[in-house]
Design a protein around this ligand. Structure first.
Ligand code: NAI
Length: 299
């Protein structure tokens, strides 16, 4: 099976640097026409310029591909809508959306301002929602769409100093979970990437040796699979240094307290049963949890 993107149009946000850049180059190498979006600010989201995106476009064109640069701020819905309109005007469709743009405003929660919290949520979560919304009707009408969210181990498992970032990164998983369900009928598949890569974002945080090993290119390999024709849907794929792993949100089988037994003390008593991972599963939608509780109560 070979993965190609001939006749496909892709938008990659934050593609001027790091992971977005290698995703864009890999897509173009396999035949996609690519919109290289980047606001061009620094890691903290300050400043802006089109030059980083422009350089990636030049690299794609030099390699014989097709691309154009776009400087929309993903947190601004109007700018995102204009980016999508420009794409449609130029190439007539959008097959792939990679929500990758991101910034950091790390501080312990105690020292974090709510402005820093809001900005990080605006870029990662609202940015992903804005871009997904702007392409959604197009993908539905085409009966084809592949969307990738970029989550993080920080959101999935927590990381000191990243309350804002972790919340935003888990938020995109919630967005994915529902878009998968709503997009299924229209052949829209939505997945999430949890990358580990040496980029300007992780410079100084990852030891030098590991930094070299954790190439963005190795992560982009996983991305090509997640946005391919035969992609799965609702997968959270961890990727780093050539290794791949899948993360799940599981729920235990559960335990029941009858109306007479219902008390916090009794819950404490049976908590080891509630916590027992034997028989845990991944509900396919939220209502499954409700059904399970009703069934347990009926038994
Ligand atoms: P990076 O800083 O090299 O690249 C991020 C790009 O997004 C930059 O080019 C930046 O200009 C752009 N950007 C930022 N705000 C934007 C906005 N509002 N609109 C448009 N573009 C904007 O960082 P890196 O490492 O390549 O990160 C890419 C994604 O992967 C981010 O979402 C990040 O949170 C995520 N990630 C990265 C990890 C890593 O190990 N490098 C780990 C987990 C997640």
């Amino acid at each position: 099976m070979s993965i190609t993107f001939d006749n496909k149009v892709a938008i990659v946000t934050g593609a001027g640097n790091g992971l977005g850049k290698t995703h864009a180059l890999a897509l173009a190498e396999r035949g996609a026409r690519v919109v290289v979006n980047d606001l061009g600010g620094d890691v903290h989201g300050d400043g802006g310029s089109l030059s980083a995106a422009q350089q990636v476009v030049e690299e794609i064109i030099a390699n014989g591909g097709e691309a154009f640069a776009n400087g929309a701020n993903v947190a601004d819905f109007e700018q995102v809508q204009q980016m999508v309109a420009d794409t449609i005007e130029k190439w007539g469709r959008v097959d792939i959306l990679i929500n990758n743009a991101g910034i950091l405003r790390d501080k312990s929660f105690s020292k974090m301002t709510m402005e820093d919290f809001r900005l990080v949520v605006e870029v990662h979560l609202m940015g992903s929602a804005n871009c997904s919304k702007a392409v959604w009707e197009i993908m539905r009408e085409q009966n084809y769409g592949r969307i990738m969210m970029t989550t993080s181990s920080s959101g999935l498992y927590g990381n000191f100093g990243q309350a804002n970032y972790g919340a935003a990164k888990m938020g995109v998983i919630g967005l994915m979970n529902t878009l998968c369900l709503e997009g299924q009928k229209y052949n829209i598949r939505v997945n999430a990437l949890a990358p580990a890569a040496g980029t300007r974002m992780t410079e100084g945080l990852i030891p030098e040796e590991a930094f070299a090993m954790l190439s963005p290119e190795s992560v982009s390999t996983g991305v090509m699979f997640l946005v391919s024709e035969d992609a799965p849907s609702k997968v959270i794929l961890g990727a780093g240094a050539g290794s791949f792993a899948r993360a799940f949100i599981l729920e235990t089988a559960g335990a029941h307290l009858s109306p007479e037994e219902l008390s916090p003390e009794n819950l404490a008593e049976i908590f080891s049963e509630v916590d027992d991972r034997e028989g845990a599963n991944e509900p396919s939608a939220g209502f499954e949890q409700t059904l399970k509780f009703v069934n347990l109560a009926n038994q």
